[in-house]
Design a protein around this ligand. Structure first.
Ligand code: NDP
Ligand code: 8X3
Length: 255
């Protein structure tokens, strides 16, 4: 059996592109997400285009029973996961803290922090048993520096950074690598989700900029997990488009 990678949030954006790059390179991929129809479409697309096996698991990372049931009942040939990509996540809103929507806060924390923890706890035992594995957590530049209106989203990504550093220390003795990848602004469905379907607001985020694409992030993810010698570990990687110097300085060109 080829190596196995599990990607959370594979129905769109980074996760979809990450699933594709692994499939293209012959790994067997477990794709997960809430939107079942999209999972099935992606599974057919990948199986029709690449010589690899795809397994679709439909669950919400916030639902801990669903996470553990799905992973604990993997068919025998899919159990030995080599690479876990904790990618599922979202931002909701950009209100200042005093105007924030509490349901949105809870959704972000439950998905970006607790969901990542549940999936990791479900997958880590098999990596420990095998004395090998690689966990990649998709953080964000928002986890490096908070920005106005980013409050809870930025906090959730700062938590991803702390959790990543902690789990690396817990898992080092088992030969498991742990990496955080922190992209800056990238054009996916992220802003459409953040602004709850308001396309004009979402498009404005990328105005005058050539942002990162999902494929850019997938390339880097593939490289850190598959392009390096076994003894080499990338612990933390920050990437952005050239026009973004940090969360505050974006050099926009008029169109
Ligand atoms: P998209 O909105 O395009 O993709 C998000 C993915 O997460 C979807 O596949 C979605 O699947 C999944 N997801 C969201 N909530 C849940 C849930 N409760 N359970 C399971 N899956 C879920 O955004 P991106 O690809 O841009 O985002 C991917 C990750 O990258 C996120 O963690 C985001 O915070 C991070 N990020 C994004 C940046 C950007 O500018 N785009 C920059 C830096 C980091 P479904 O809805 O089907 O469940
Ligand atoms: C997504 C990047 O700058 O919108 O994590 O927070 S940003």
């Amino acid at each position: 059996m080829n190596k196995i990678v599990l990607v959370t949030g594979a129905t769109s954006g980074f996760g979809e592109a990450i699933a594709e790059i692994y499939a293209k390179n012959g790994l067997n991929v477990i794709i997960t997400g809430r939107r079942k129809e999209r999972l099935e479409l992606l599974k057919s697309h990948l199986e029709n285009n690449y010589q690899t096996k795809i397994l679709a698991l439909n669950f919400d990372v916030r639902d801990k029973n669903a996470v553990f049931n799905a992973i604990n009942s993997l068919p025998e040939e899919w159990k030995n996961i080599d690479i876990l990509i904790n990618n599922a996540g979202l931002a909701l809103g950009s209100s200042p803290i005093q105007e924030g929507n509490i349901d949105d806060w809870e959704t972000m924390i439950d998905t970006n922090v607790k969901g990542l923890l549940y999936v990791t706890k479900a997958v880590a035992p098999v990596m420990i048993k095998n004395n090998k594995g690689h966990i990649v957590n998709i953080g964000s530049t928002a986890g490096k520096e908070a920005y106005p209106g980013g409050n809870v989203y930025c906090g959730s990504k700062h938590a991803v950074q702390g959790i990543t550093d902690g789990m690396r220390q817990d898992l080092v003795q088992y030969g498991i690598k742990v990496t955080q990848i922190c992209p800056g602004m990238a054009e996916t469905e992220f802003s459409l989700v953040r602004f709850k379907g308001d396309k004009e607001k979402a498009d404005n985020v990328y105005k005058g900029v050539t942002p990162l694409t999902a494929e850019d992030v997938a390339q880097v993810t593939f490289f850190v997990t598959s392009g390096l010698a076994q003894h080499v570990e990338i612990r933390d990687l920050v990437m952005s488009c050239q026009q973004q110097a940090n969360s505050f300085v974006v050099h926009r060109k008029s169109e």
